[in-house]
Design a protein around this ligand. Structure first.
Ligand code: NFS
Length: 673
């Protein structure tokens, strides 16, 4: 009987019910017709564990797992749940939560470390493949790491040799991961009151690695058993991610590969071309993808592709690698996290090249059904399936590695088995924004750097700033949360800064164009976008580039008129479809930086109401920012807007806003004046 039951055909997802994107629906249907399962189908067949999703399953020792579900009657009359060691529900949920922060911070920061290592070897000229590209940014970053950019000689101040600066920046940067003394240097880039608050609270990170290790120690059985103390370390670790590992990754990538500036490209599976060799790059570190892009654009490879009967080489990106190569080279986005399997299902993916993070192991099974070569490239991220090819990428022979990979893809062009079926859908997008380009577009010539932006916030044309970021989650309709939250925000004059898979979702929907302003924005934001010529949703890059949002917020504080700290600003953060531990680390460094941060789907804290209240309420009293969970996307955006309005009121700029809303003619008069 049991055997018969096990043989029952697995359920398949209803394409229209699981994604708002028609290209995704089309490819999902095709996969199902071919009998290939994807994450969408697997989500139908795997129910999440109820206790795990409440955050109250402790498996940190061999006596457990100890499962502490929330009693149906609630815990108002007292909560006597405890594990074998006596750990309370609060302790268990807090341990699990800070372990997620540690894993997320580790992922971002280890990526950052790899970039720092390549940076140093480029600065020392140990590799020909990588050179320092943006010396201007190098000079800007150097002082933050305590590196002098000038020298005094015979009473004269001279510019220091740029190569010398680069080497010292590389050395100082690498030390941030493991130095024995001092604190993470970039914390001082936060507004001064924020840094002082962190000092007072004892959460300034000492070095990046140490804070991650200490979480693993403190969450081992029998160590830290106070949820507040656990969260204190969680806060210190998250700051080490946002203002440390991630920010260093962004800066060093910009110096090595170039600081992004606005450019035009396209997004969605429709960017793939039947008559081209299609190479999809998926993962996170641009160290690999930069080289592949360079090689794929070389005449040698182009000629080789033509020899094989292809018209050219089409590159496309998935996940944050997509964002990295879009921002710097205009390489189109093939799709978000949940579309990775579907890129292969087109039958036109000649090679999928992956490095680290957010890569489904099932790609190997999907690739087996087609001709696609699936190539892993990173020593820490391999797959067990035997059709996966591992070509280890090393900065010392980066160009050769990249050539080998691109050549393998070209050779595979003639091996296509299945009928090619590429969805038509793709949208134009403008991407490549950053702290620097916002300064250019929304800066002022005479007063503060971000003066125009601040002025428009003060006069109410822009109601506030929303940072909307994060993943897709197979437990919720693909892209629906992302798009609904973003559209609701811009409709209410909230300008959106986006990164990660939210940015890709927005690009696919066409929201990253200046023309969107007239269609979706409230009158104030539309006017600003039209005047300045920017989209209402600004793509700031990959998930490590959330550090750009922190620095943009800091610039807004510096430009004046909107308070003294990030927690004073009319801003709010959001991750409508989060799923990764990295998102939890990001969420928490936003909170620790003073931002009200709303997540969608679920948060694994509901089984410990006291701990949950600590995150959702008490944190605001300490840090000016707090967590929230709102599943419905409209309500989600509305809560962000309510918070923005609360901040506007506290700043005394709510009156200007009222006039915008109530009387257009009045507002126009006000604008002219
Ligand atoms: Ni961010 Fe990038 Fe996407 Fe989520 Fe994964 S790609 S680092 S974790 S799924 S946004």
């Amino acid at each position: 009987m049991a055997e018969e039951k096990a043989k029952k055909a697995p359920k398949v997802a209803d394409p229209k019910a699981v994604s708002v994107d028609t290209a995704t629906q089309e490819m999902l249907k095709r996969a199902q017709d071919l009998g290939i399962d994807t994450a969408f189908d697997r989500a139908e067949n795997l129910k999440p564990c109820n206790i795990g999703s409440q955050g109250t399953c402790c498996k940190n020792c061999g006596m457990g797992p100890c499962r502490l579900p929330l009693p149906k009657s609630g815990v108002e009359d007292g909560d006597d749940r405890k594990g074998i060691c006596g750990a309370t529900a609060n302790t268990v949920a807090a341990r699990n939560f800070v372990r997620m922060i540690a894993a997320g911070a580790a992922a971002h920061s280890d990526h950052g470390r790899a970039v720092a290592e390549v940076f140093l070897s480029a600065a020392r000229k140990e590799t020909d493949a990588y050179q320092i590209k943006d010396t201007q940014k190098l000079l800007e970053v150097a002082p933050h790491l305590g590196v002098e950019t000038t020298v005094e000689k015979d009473g004269e101040v001279l510019d220091r040799d740029i190569d010398e600066i680069a080497v010292e920046v590389g050395e100082k940067a690498i030390a941030e991961w493991g130095k024995d003394e001092g604190e993470v240097l970039y914390c001082k880039r936060a507004p001064e009151p924020r840094y002082e608050l962190w000092k007072k609270m004892g959460v300034v990170p000492r070095n990046i690695d140490r804070e991650i290790v200490e979480i693993m120690h403190r969450t081992h059985i029998g160590v830290d058993q106070d949820y507040k103390n656990l969260m204190k370390q969680g806060t210190r670790c998250a700051i080490a991610d946002g203002w440390g590992g991630s920010m260093l990754a962004t800066d060093l990538q910009d110096i090595l590969f170039g600081t992004p500036y606005p450019l035009q490209s396209e997004a969605n599976l429709g960017i793939m071309k039947e008559d081209h060799v299609n190479i999809i790059i998926h993962g996170h570190e641009p160290i690999l993808s930069e080289m592949i892009v360079a090689v794929a654009q070389s005449q040698e490879m182009l000629d080789y592709a033509k020899e094989k009967g292809a018209k050219g080489i089409q590159m496309g990106g998935i996940c944050c690698t997509a964002n990295e190569i879009l921002q710097r080279h205009g390489v189109p986005l093939a799709g978000t996290f949940l579309q990775q399997e579907l890129a292969i299902v087109t039958g036109a993916c000649d090679a999928m090249v992956v490095d680290i993070q957010c890569i489904f192991q099932n790609l190997a099974n999907v690739a087996k059904c087609f001709h696609t070569k699936l190539i892993t490239t990173h020593p820490i991220a391999k797959m067990e399936q035997d059709n996966v090819i591992h070509i280890e990428f090393d900065e010392h022979h980066a160009l050769e590695d990249a050539k080998k990979i691109v050549k393998m893809a070209i050779d595979n062009f003639t091996e296509r088995k299945a009928e090619v079926m590429i969805p038509k859908q793709k949208s134009v997008c403008i991407a490549g924004f950053g702290v620097e380009s916002i300064k250019y577009h929304l800066g002022g010539s005479f007063r503060g750097d971000y003066f125009t932006l601040n002025d428009n916030i003060i006069n109410g044309r822009i109601r506030g700033i929303g940072g909307v970021v994060g993943c897709n989650n197979a437990r919720t309709k693909h892209n629906e949360g992302h798009l609904t939250v973003v559209k609701e925000l811009i409709k209410n004059d909230v300008i959106v800064l986006t990164t990660g898979c939210n940015a890709i979702a927005c690009a696919m929907e066409g929201l990253l164009t200046p023309e969107t302003a007239a269609v979706y924005c409230g009158p104030g934001l539309a006017e600003v976008c039209e005047t300045v010529g920017i989209p209402p949703v600004l793509h700031l890059g990959s998930c490590v580039d959330n550090s750009r949002i922190l620095l943009a917020a800091t610039e807004v504080v510096k430009a004046g008129g909107l308070g003294k700290d990030i927690s004073d600003l009319p801003v709010a953060g959001s991750a409508p479809e989060w799923m990764s531990e990295k998102a939890i680390s990001i969420g928490h460094y936003f909170v620790a930086s003073g931002v009200y941060t709303v997540f969608g789907v679920t948060l694994p804290v509901s089984g410990a109401p006291v701990f949950q209240d600590y995150l959702y309420k008490e944190f605001e009293k300490m840090y000016g920012g707090m967590w929230d969970l709102v599943v419905d996307p409209i309500e989600h955006a509305q809560k962000m807007i309510a918070h923005i309005d609360k901040k506007r009121k506290a700043l005394g700029i709510d009156k200007a806003r009222e006039r915008v809303l109530m009387d257009m003619a009045d507002r126009q008069k006000l604008d002219v004046a």
